[in-house]
Design a protein around this ligand. Structure first.
Ligand SMILES: [Zn+2]
Length: 266
């Protein structure tokens, strides 16, 4: 569990299930957990680091993001922050676009963005402290990819990703799954001339060879190498047209939809 220092707050990477990451934000004493799909690894991380849970933050309603909440609350009562419109029971503070929270127990202010697409009510949390820009984006933006469109439309997801892409380049992207190598394999197929993708693939493959996480990434890296933030690039449009997945002259949203559908079967 690498421990990334950032100002006085740190973020623990807690692996769970096959490829999930649960995030524990802490100051050495108090901790908030993001998307605790499984309580066991969270309890282990808290006890290993001598931390007291003071808040739970949720991005969307899928079980691998909320499944551990009842078990965590059985031992301690803490506020549960989450999306207003994603149908999650037990949220004590419902949140939506533009709202700001101070996380109980921590000197941590977060801003909420609505990012529908993967689910309709999905939200993301942004820390805008100078020198410490963080993004907790659940299953919306991944390293080298994006979440599947289970509920929203391609236009909604494209808008959500555009919001995240507009964050500062040095924003650390704490996404919820280790999908990077397979995402980059797709990125190489749709944008073979992007040297940044090839470099990133080499780096990610080396990290995974020693079981190191490839996340967090940064918004700057995603903007340069993630095809789902680059679907208007002529090279990507040409790949879509050459593969028979897009008519030439189609709209950017059509290109985004075609890219997402291609990835679904890649
Ligand atoms: Zn999900």
């Amino acid at each position: 569990m690498p421990n990334q220092q950032n100002s006085e707050l740190s973020v623990l990477t807690v692996p769970a299930f096959n490829d999930n990451y649960l995030w524990v934000i802490h100051d050495g004493q108090h901790a908030a957990v993001v998307d605790p799909g499984d309580a066991g690894p969270i309890r282990d991380a808290l006890s290993q680091h001598g931390l007291t849970l003071t808040a739970i933050l949720l991005t969307h309603h899928h079980a691998d993001h909320i499944g551990g909440v009842p078990s965590l609350l059985a031992h301690t009562q803490v506020p549960v922050f989450g999306p207003r419109y994603d149908g999650i029971e037990g949220i004590t503070q419902a949140l939506g676009e533009g709202e700001r929270i101070t996380v109980p127990g921590l000197a941590l202010e977060l801003e909420v963005l609505d990012v529908p697409g993967h689910t309709l009510g999905h939200i993301a949390y942004v820390r805008r402290t100078p020198g410490a820009h963080w993004l907790f984006c659940g299953d919306t933006l991944f390293a080298g990819g994006c979440g599947r469109l289970f509920e929203g439309t391609p236009a909604q997801m494209a808008d959500s990703l555009a919001k995240l892409a507009a964050l500062p380049d040095d924003t650390l992207v704490y996404c919820a799954h280790e999908y990077t190598v397979s995402n980059l394999r797709f990125a190489q197929a749709v944008e073979p001339d992007n040297h940044g993708v090839a470099l990133r693939m080499r780096d990610a493959t080396a990290k995974r060879g020693t079981r190191l996480p490839t996340v967090p990434s940064t918004i700057g890296l995603e903007r340069g190498t993630n095809p789902f933030l680059r679907y208007t690039e002529p090279g990507i449009v040409k790949s879509l047209v050459d593969a028979g997945r897009l008519k030439s002259g189609a709209s950017p949203v059509d290109a985004f939809a075609a890219l997402r559908e291609w990835k679904n079967v890649f």
